[in-house]
Design a protein around this ligand. Structure first.
Ligand code: SF4
Ligand code: SF4
Length: 213
């Protein structure tokens, strides 16, 4: 029988440590997570010594936006994008406009990757935008949608905080057509208002560029 509810999906980037602890290797936080606890983003949990995404196939937002809202002005201008997000974020910005979904409880409906593609085709959009919160924290879900989208001739764009490690960038680069990285301000803004650091954002921006994105 087809599943009808989201199930945790094993994470792609982590290492197992002693005593059922794990270290997430997806973003620069490199959270060290003991059993039954989640990382900083709250979207990844250690279950019996393995790291799982809690947001796979569990979007909290799905809507149609003009591409200029991303904003991408020189990318298929005048077209629309199917925008998708899950709850959680690897930053915690005091000024977050989407704090209810970025910092709140992990909620969402069951929408598997195939269904997202169906919706994109139904609404005749040209692009799928991974946005609103931070696509890095729903990496496995985004990547599976992106692979299907490519096969269907749809473009993939990320609207991102840029908080991601090099290996995950390398894996997703073949499927990513464009990215808008939000560089929010100087280091003191990142440390005082986002519980983060500017340097990894600048580094990932260069890394994406290296992959011609
Ligand atoms: S993706 Fe989440 S769990 Fe992983 S290192 Fe970043 S904040 Fe921590
Ligand atoms: S990175 Fe974006 S979504 Fe995440 S907390 Fe900051 S403003 Fe909100």
């Amino acid at each position: 029988m087809e599943p009808t509810t989201p199930k945790p999906k094993e994470a792609l980037f982590y290492e197992k440590l002693s005593d059922k602890k794990v270290r997430c290797l997806l973003c620069p936080r490199k959270c060290y997570i003991t059993e039954n606890l989640t990382g900083f983003c709250r979207a990844r949990k250690n279950l019996k010594g393995k790291l799982y995404s809690l947001v796979y196939s569990k979007p909290c937002a799905l809507s149609i936006d003009p591409i200029e809202k991303k904003p991408l002005f020189h990318f298929l201008p005048g077209t629309r994008a199917l925008s998708i997000a899950t709850c959680g974020c690897n930053l915690s910005c005091a000024f977050c406009q989407n704090y209810k979904i970025s910092q709140g409880e992990i909620l969402g409906d069951f929408v598997p990757p195939e269904k997202v593609i169906e919706l994109a085709k139904e609404h005749k959009v040209k692009t799928i935008a991974y946005t609103y919160t931070e696509p890095t924290i729903f990496y496995e879900y985004a990547l599976d949608i992106m692979k299907l989208a490519k096969k269907e001739g749809l473009k993939n764009i990320w609207v991102s905080d840029g908080y991601i490690n090099k290996n995950p960038i390398k894996k997703l680069a073949p499927y990513l057509d464009a990215i808008n990285i939000d560089i929010k301000g100087p280091e003191r803004l990142y440390s005082n208002l986002c519980l983060a650091s500017l340097k990894p954002v600048l580094e990932s921006t260069l890394e994406y560029k290296k992959h011609n994105i």
